[in-house]
Unconditional design. Structure first.
Length: 354
């Protein structure tokens, strides 16, 4: 079986998917997934997918926005299903249960497909079910999860499908992950019809790069700037030569800097340094990793150089920042990597997570 597929039953058999709702789950991701499968069922005379909501504590599970959904049964009572999707967002580690971890491992041993929406990936990775697999998460949490679960091959994707494991970044990416299942079961045309009916015209493949505000086509930034930012994002640890980036974009370094100054009032090299410092700050806030290790993972050749740049950017040393309270959130329209941090994400607050 190809690595990017999830085993499905024959086309005349209903594919049964259970969604495990954990407190403070993302309502957008869960509803998007459920509606995508509902619309897929509407295309024919017989349903293709069967969905149900399950819990591991109490039937009424409140989302991060305060709206609650009612699950039909406890996870331990779940039978006759093909896939289980763990749905979590804020404070994922606060809702970890030994029984749930054991059940996830048991389901996996019995050949069930196991997946996650947004921070649900924390739970299946904690259960050891993603070791050696490709997985993804929200781009703000990727550095943290990659540090926390080094045996997992985290990649910056919209979603990842790998040997009965499926993960997505959350939000509308849950729709893309479900459209992948629809495509496997109803074919490309069926998936396209579903995407059209739910007004999701930009259906993304599983390996699609997970854009942020600096790489998205909807940011109104010039295409060369977005392409350069993507190259920088993919080379935070390995290092990125701006001259090479400019050459790859068929322009001079001077012209690339002019584009960056027009977009951000800084050169391409200054923007890249901000990206590396922002990545370092997430790891400093979210992990207990050695500071020199973090500096190296974010592309700084020496800790002394990293220390100088960090203090200049944030006004405090990495050690002081690790002990400090939440910073003041930036203005919503800010366009700097240093400000591109969710004020309540896990990297900035040990009890909250995007």
């Amino acid at each position: 079986m190809p690595a990017d597929t999830v085993r499905l039953p024959g086309r005349d058999v209903i594919y049964r998917i259970a969604f495990l709702l954990l407190p403070e789950f993302s309502l957008l991701g869960v509803v998007g997934a459920l509606e995508t499968l509902r619309v897929a069922n509407s295309l024919g005379s017989d349903p293709v997918f069967q969905t149900r909501l399950v819990h591991d504590a109490a039937p009424l599970v409140r989302s991060s926005g305060g709206i609650a959904l009612e699950a039909s049964c406890h996870l331990r009572d779940l039978v006759d299903f093909d896939a289980l999707i763990v749905c979590a967002s804020f404070r994922a580690d606060s809702y970890e249960r030994e029984e749930t971890q054991a059940l996830l491992r048991r389901f996996a041993r019995h050949g069930k497909a196991i997946g996650a929406i947004e921070s649900g990936v924390y739970h299946i990775a904690r259960a050891g079910l993603l070791d050696g697999h490709v997985a993804t998460a929200h781009f703000n949490n990727l550095p943290y999860f990659a540090q926390l679960f080094p045996a997992v091959r985290f990649e910056r994707r919209v979603c990842a499908i790998d040997r009965r494991r499926m993960t997505c970044a959350g939000g509308s990416a849950a729709v893309d992950m479900m459209l992948h299942l629809v495509k496997e079961h109803l074919g490309p045309l069926g998936a396209s019809r579903v995407a059209n009916l739910i007004i999701h015209p930009y259906r993304r493949e599983a390996e699609s790069f997970l854009d942020d505000v600096f790489t998205s086509a909807h940011s109104d930034l010039p295409l060369p700037v977005r392409k350069a930012c993507r190259k920088m994002a993919e080379a935070v640890e390995a290092g990125c030569d701006i001259e090479v980036v400019a050459t790859d974009l068929s322009m001079s370094r001077r012209h690339l800097d002019r584009l960056f100054r027009a977009a951000f009032s800084r050169t391409a090299a200054e923007h890249y340094r901000m990206m590396r410092l922002a990545r370092a700050r997430k790891l400093i806030k979210a992990t207990r990793a050695d500071l020199s290790t973090i500096a190296a993972r974010c592309g700084f050749a020496s800790y002394s150089h990293f220390l100088r740049r960090y203090k200049a950017a944030f006004g405090v040393s990495p050690t002081e920042d690790r002990r400090s309270n939440l910073p003041v959130p930036a203005a919503p329209g800010a366009m700097s990597p240093l400000d591109d941090l969710h004020p309540y994400q896990n990297q900035l607050d040990p009890v909250r997570m995007v």
